[in-house]
Design a protein around this ligand. Structure first.
Ligand code: CO8
Length: 261
């Protein structure tokens, strides 16, 4: 429950094998207050530990996915107070999610909101969604991965323009630059993200988890680190019952039955 309004700031809907997590501070465009981030980390961790859930969709509400960190809440803080609070621990907890995390974005995904979308494994964006890192306009800079992730996704020269001007890009522009997985008509982002989540959830859970880990490694590390990890995970899957079942089902021309083992 939010201390200000008495309403929950994060809503969770479980529809096994998938779940939808909704940011719910629409009156402030889902500004990411410390309370919201802590609740979000707790809820996602709970879903990550829930055997019935195999993929998680994260979405916004009202006019935004999220318009960034809560400026009103940060405005009077000094460096020591910000450091002491260590809000980025929540972001680390979210980054540790092992199940696929799909962002369904409509409206604004700005600052921390853009960073939260980028923290997800896939981004389904409505035509009208807008992405950007406007922090320089209020005298700060991205702090939850924006400079690093945008540069990896877009390359130095395009990321630099976004970060130094604070300009926003449309969903289609982000798609063309490789940051958005798919653009869909307005209001279809959630149903499309759910469709994708269910498709992923229909596959062998351990294979999905290890494959996600390997793609993340490719994004975060070097090829020298990534290739051995991919190979290790590939071999590891031969120790699972699901791998045996998947190949047997293929040979017997039937649908596999996954046991998550
Ligand atoms: N924080 C707090 N309140 C916000 C925020 C925000 N980030 N964004 C919007 N609001 C509030 C507004 O103050 C307004 O409240 P009220 O109705 O009480 O005046 C309400 O939401 C609606 O907003 P607007 O009236 O401004 O709506 P507009 O349609 O005119 O404009 C914009 C929409 C363009 C999105 C505009 O609201 C805006 O520029 N918002 C701020 C965007 C921004 O600068 N984001 C970056 C913040 S800094 C950051 O994210 C750093 C990340 C560091 C790590 C993350 C840690 C969590």
């Amino acid at each position: 429950m939010s201390a200000e309004t008495g309403n929950p700031v994060v809503l969770v809907r479980r529809e096994p094998p998938v779940a939808v997590v909704t940011l719910s501070r629409p009156q402030v465009l889902n500004a990411l207050s410390p309370e919201l981030m802590e609740t979000l980390a707790q809820e996602i961790e709970a879903l990550d530990a829930d055997d019935a859930i195999r993929a998680i969709v994260l979405t916004g509400s009202g006019r935004a996915f999220a318009a960034g960190a809560d400026i009103a809440e940060m405005a009077d803080k000094d460096a020591a107070a910000m450091l002491e609070r260590d809000q980025f621990r929540c972001w680390q907890r979210l980054r540790a999610t092992r199940k696929p995390l799909i962002a369904a974005v409509s409206g604004y995904a700005l600052g921390g909101g853009c960073e939260l979308a980028m923290l997800c494994d896939m981004i389904i964006a409505a035509e009208g969604a807008r992405f950007g890192q406007p922090e320089v306009r209020i005298g700060v800079m991205p702090g939850a991965g924006g400079t690093q992730l945008l540069t990896r996704a877009l390359g130095k020269w395009q990321a630099m323009e976004l970060v130094l001007t604070g300009r926003t890009l449309t969903a289609r522009e982000m798609y063309e630059r490789g940051l958005v997985t798919r653009v869909v008509p307005d209001d279809l982002q959630l149903s499309e993200a759910l469709r994708l989540a269910r498709e992923i959830a229909s596959h062998a859970p351990i294979a999905v988890r290890l494959a996600k880990e390997a793609v993340q490694k490719a994004f975060m590390g070097t090829l020298e680190e990534g290739l051995p990890l991919e190979r290790k995970n590939f071999y590891l899957l031969f120790a699972t019952e699901d791998r045996r079942e998947g190949m047997q089902a293929f040979l017997e021309k039937r649908t596999p039955v996954w046991r998550g083992k």
